[in-house]
Design a protein around this ligand. Structure first.
Ligand code: UDX
Length: 417
């Protein structure tokens, strides 16, 4: 927002984060973020604070707190509710509260009614974001679409005009902007993620079939992907989806549909989830098989811990999950990730972490490539062969040059190939 020319007050309840940000340090790894942060601070248009009172007088109040998975699978709204409660006393008539968080459909109407009751003349709108980790800066500054969920009437019209000012730069570049009611905007976000998750589980289901009949799911994805109605994106079979969004969103969506009495409509999401989780179990079984049925005493090099490349996020990471399970089953796991060792160590201090891929690979009885970082794609299989105890590799993301690894003497096992 500061880069776009707006004056920004950024509030968080975590003083450590605020201190880091104020010092120009991004509290997590995200390509391009430190540069944007530096530019914004230098421009004097952004200020970081833990004092909610500092937001008073802002025309637009973005609400962008997390909605993690609660114990029943439903979204835990405590942070949304707490942020709204803390913010409301500092909102004035004529101002807008703009929800960004992924929430169960119906939340915006509830929050909007509460806001109007507390601050007559203030308006709540919902404006979901669709950013991908690893591309967060680019997706925020030039997204592929804007979705405005607004109430009916004059307040809604003013909200549209205000958001158009906020996003003037991208709108001038022709970014599509869709205006709709609040529940539709909430549903757009969660249904987009449910669709993406379904697409990934679809191709992973095909991988399971391919594994049984000796077919190649990568060739299959290329071929069906040429059909423009299907498209090749999000058809990469592998370990399935993880991260802070897709897994919890499909569960929260299902839980909300159950509450609304339309659980059957989303019953398929349980299969999407189950197919996704089977991929992790499959790799653990494959590792066991390749190690002759015994994991105890074996050294396994795990390359990749983040849920996807270009991120240090290990929330619900298939890679970290597999590493932890192999450790539990008695293997010595030597794990390496270009960015996610610090975050992984916090969740699984019991694993052995290496500072380089070479260190993890040295003496390994089995190599697992579990996150498709470029660094791993570029590994020289000949050099790797000279480090490991046994040349066996599981390519959990189908990201290695299979022929090159085989030519270097490796047994290479991909996913669905
Ligand atoms: C997702 C949505 O893409 C984004 O629009 C939304 O705003 C937030 O959630 P993100 O969680 O950053 O973004 O990751 P995404 O790129 O969607 O990948 C999610 C997971 O799916 C990763 O674990 C990735 O490895 C996996 N994936 C993705 C596959 O297994 N196969 C694919 O073909 C694509």
């Amino acid at each position: 927002m500061a880069k776009l020319g707006h004056d920004v007050v950024a509030v968080d309840v975590d003083p450590a984060k605020i201190e880091q940000l104020a010092a120009g340090e991004a509290p997590f790894f995200e390509p391009g973020l430190p540069e944007v942060l530096g530019e914004a601070l230098a421009s004097g248009r952004i200020r970081f604070t833990t004092e909610m009172a500092d937001v008073a007088g802002s025309q637009v109040h973005f609400l962008a707190v997390g909605t993690p998975q609660g114990p029943t699978g439903a979204a835990d709204l405590r942070y949304v509710d707490a942020a709204m409660a803390a913010l409301t006393p500092y909102v004035s008539a004529g101002e807008f509260v703009v929800g960004k968080s992924t929430v169960p459909v119906g939340t915006a109407a509830r929050l909007g009614a509460d806001l109007s009751a507390a601050v007559p003349g203030a308006t709540l709108v919902w404006n979901p974001e669709f950013l991908r980790e690893g591309f967060a800066v680019q997706d925020t500054i030039s997204p592929d679409r804007f979705v405005y969920g607004v109430p009916e009437g004059a307040d809604g019209e003013r909200a549209v005009a205000t958001l158009d000012e906020v996003y003037a730069t991208a709108l001038a570049d022709g970014t599509p902007r869709l205006v709709m009611d609040l529940p539709t905007a909430e549903l757009v976000k969660i249904s987009a993620n449910a669709f993406l998750a379904t697409k990934i589980s679809f191709i992973n289901a095909m991988a399971e079939i391919a594994e049984v009949v000796g077919a190649d799911v990568t060739a299959l994805a290329d071929a069906i992907g040429h059909d423009a109605r299907i498209g090749r994106k999000f058809l990469n079979a592998g370990l399935g989806f993880g991260g802070g969004c897709l897994p919890k969103d499909i569960r929260a969506f299902q839980a909300r549909a159950d509450e609304l009495g339309v659980g059957e409509s989303l019953a398929f999401l349980a299969d999407v989830d189950a197919t996704n989780l089977r991929r992790r179990a499959h790799v653990v079984e494959l590792a066991e098989e390749l190690l002759g049925g015994v994991l105890a005493g074996k050294r396994v090099a795990v390359l990749g811990l983040a849920f996807k490349p270009n991120s240090d996020d290990v929330r619900d990471s298939p890679a970290l999950d597999i590493a932890a399970r192999l450790h539990e089953l008695g293997a010595t796991v030597a794990a390496y990730d270009p960015e996610a060792v610090v975050t992984a160590r916090r969740l699984h201090p019991e694993l052995e972490y290496a500072e380089t891929a070479e260190e993890a690979l040295t003496g390994a009885d089995l190599v697992l490539v579990l996150t498709e970082w470029d660094e791993f794609r570029r590994l020289d299989p000949g050099a790797v062969a000279s480090l490991v105890a046994s040349p066996v590799v599981v390519d959990g993301r189908n990201c290695l040059d299979r022929d090159a690894w085989r030519a270097a003497g490796f047994t290479h096992r991909g996913m669905g190939r």
